[in-house]
Write a protein that binds this ligand. Structure first.
Ligand SMILES: [Zn+2]
Length: 604
């Protein structure tokens, strides 16, 4: 998923760096290799009635128990083909959920079957009423498994260290469509039965399901869009370059391994920009800006098809291997499809975000591995695992030269395809493939400083873009008293506006704010990024005319990247009454994970 501004991890300690602290699974003794899933989707009770048949591979001869991850699941029975098995759920841990302990028979069984039911509060599922959808006709369900919420809708070994293949049979009300991170057939009649197959092994955080009033439109021979009928045309137009992006990505990192590349455009309460579910990326509708200005998130999710879905992080501490390489690789796709200027702009904006977070955080939290072993793995999703890691990969390209670096990257991805690796496995690989292969370009000390060092290495010079010079000029002019209408903004794209808004000084006068708003119609902006940046400026400066539009925005959109900072700004600026009013009416429309985060934030 793309970065969505999280709080930061606690301080590191001494850990077994090969262990996944976010899973109860005894996967070094016995591994699940295949999941055969049957689900009945019940909108009335907001539950899934499930049957998970797990195929097992034994790594140790004497293993008496299978330990699985679960969260808020009711386990109804556990059986083999012949007999019932003993099982119990251990006490719930706030972060990890519950360990499900299953007594294995003495003669190793190849398969076990678990019948279970999910909770209406399952953290990995969001159930929407018809009113909360765009079409207002049918309810909607979608999952979000990353990082550790697959366990809230399927009992399994929920760790990126274990890869599984799966098949699924999903029952839904007639007239609705189910889609999964698997092979989807758009021609399946809407008779309430859907069959899925994923024959390539995936980590469990990539298991995904959506059910709703979903229509399909092809946008290329291998790609298409699923979304509500009223959004279909706009989505297909906005994401029309996907097939081109696929070609570009393949030319850089080798053949696309997953067959089709379809996308589901979710309702506005989807908490993230996107989620790289294989064969079926999930995307927020806030990317539909009408001018393709925000499609780098599509490139990001596509890039994960190689960096993240082929080569995966072994634990959530190692997330930077997914997100850093993907953020870099996104930039390369953007460069090929939309040109160098666009790619440079996005890189500079990434660097700006990183600097903002560097100023706010203690240095020991500024390393590439996110030391989240003892805390919520969601906290690994920060600017360092995305943007510092991306700066590191850009630096490698700079040192080696593009041609040599591309060879390294291609070989790295092919070498670790369908594997999960730790930071330390990468370091050992890089010592040979980078330091030994290019001794005059990068030293081991430099490599280690980038990965384990705090902040950015001494002397590092960040990216710049000549394309922002005109924005700097406009900013200077405005701050020296020129009227907004006299600023030269012709030809500015979204990134220029974002840069302009985020570079404005903390304090502006009401006259200045009104001038900007009247001239550029910022409060009315239909671009979710520009609107968010403008609202932050306005709240900070108590520019009250934005409040109705801000309230409508927060009730329409539930993407964490936007709602978290906006509520935080309201809190800091002392808008307590307005904040409570807006949150009281907006909360029910947010994804459970966003509700939890905001509840915590607003209580504190
Ligand atoms: Zn991502």
């Amino acid at each position: 998923m793309p970065l969505e501004n999280q709080q930061m991890p606690i301080a590191p300690a001494t850990w077994d760096l090969t262990r996944d602290y976010h899973s109860f699974a005894n996967s070094d003794q016995v591994q699940v290799t295949h999941l055969s899933l049957a689900l009945k989707v019940d909108f009335a009770t907001r539950t899934l009635l499930g049957e998970a048949t797990l195929s097992l591979r034994y790594l140790e001869p004497e293993v008496g128990e299978l330990w699985l991850d679960s969260r808020d699941l009711s386990i109804l029975s556990v059986t083999t083909d012949e007999a019932a098995l003993g099982f119990h759920l251990e006490a719930a841990d706030d972060i990890l959920g519950q360990k499900l302990v299953i007594q294995l028979p003495q003669a190793h069984c190849e398969r076990i079957n678990i019948r279970y039911q999910t909770s209406p509060e399952a953290e990995g599922l969001q159930w929407l009423t018809p009113e909360q959808t765009a079409g207002k006709a049918l309810p909607y369900l979608f999952s979000q498994s990353q990082p550790i919420n697959a366990r809230s809708w399927i009992p399994l070994q929920d760790t990126p260290k274990v890869r599984i293949t799966f098949d699924a049979h999903v029952k839904v009300p007639k007239g609705m469509r189910a889609v999964m991170s698997a092979m989807n057939d758009p021609d399946t009649p809407l008779e309430g039965q859907f069959q899925f197959e994923m024959e390539k092994p995936i980590p469990t955080h990539l298991l995904a399901l959506a059910v709703g009033d979903l229509a399909f439109q092809a946008i290329g021979p291998r790609s298409g869009v699923y979304t509500e009928p009223c959004m279909l045309a706009a989505a297909a137009t906005e994401f029309a370059d996907t097939e081109h992006m696929l070609d570009v990505a393949q030319s850089l990192l080798g053949p696309y391994a997953w067959g089709r590349y379809d996308m589901t455009i979710l309702p506005p309460s989807f908490p993230f920009g996107g989620m790289e579910n294989p064969r079926l990326a999930f995307l927020t509708p806030t990317l539909i800006a009408g001018d393709k200005s925000l499609v780098s998130t599509v490139a990001h999710e596509l890039a994960h098809s190689w960096t993240g879905n082929l080569v995966s992080n072994a634990t959530w501490r190692d997330l930077w291997l997914n997100e850093g390489f993907t953020t870099y690789f996104t930039n390369r796709i953007v460069e090929e499809v939309y040109g160098k200027e666009q790619a440079e702009l996005e890189w500079v904006i990434e660097f700006g975000r990183l600097q903002e977070e560097m100023a706010a955080l203690p240095p020991h939290r500024q390393t590439l591995p996110a030391n989240v072993q003892q805390t919520d793995p969601n906290l690994a999703f920060n600017r360092f695992t995305y943007d510092k890691a991306s700066m590191f990969v850009h630096e490698l390209e700079h040192r080696l030269g593009r041609a040599e670096f591309d060879k390294f990257l291609f070989t790295y991805v092919q070498h670790f395809a369908f594997k999960a690796i730790t930071t330390e496995v990468f370091v050992e690989y890089a010592k040979v493939a980078l330091v030994e292969a290019y001794p005059d370009k990068i030293s081991e000390a430099e490599l280690l400083e980038w990965i384990y060092g705090e902040g950015l290495p001494q002397g590092y010079v960040g990216p710049t873009s000549r394309s922002l010079d005109k924005v700097d000029c406009a900013l200077d002019d405005f701050l020296q008293g020129k009227a907004a209408s006299e600023l030269k903004v012709k030809g500015w794209r979204v990134h220029h506006w974002q840069y302009f808004l985020t570079q404005l000084p903390e304090v502006l006068s009401q006259v200045q704010l009104m001038d900007l708003d009247d001239t550029f119609k910022l409060t009315e902006s239909s671009n979710a990024e520009i609107a968010c940046d403008w609202f932050r400026v306005a709240i900070r400066n108590h520019y009250d005319p934005v409040l109705p539009a801000l309230s409508a925005y927060l009730q329409r959109i539930g993407r964490g990247k936007f709602v978290r900072p906006l509520y935080a700004e309201l809190q800091v600026a002392g808008y307590h009454t307005e904040l409570q009013q807006i949150y009281a009416s907006a909360r029910a429309g947010y994804h459970p994970s966003i509700q939890v985060q905001l509840d915590r934030m607003l209580k504190g």
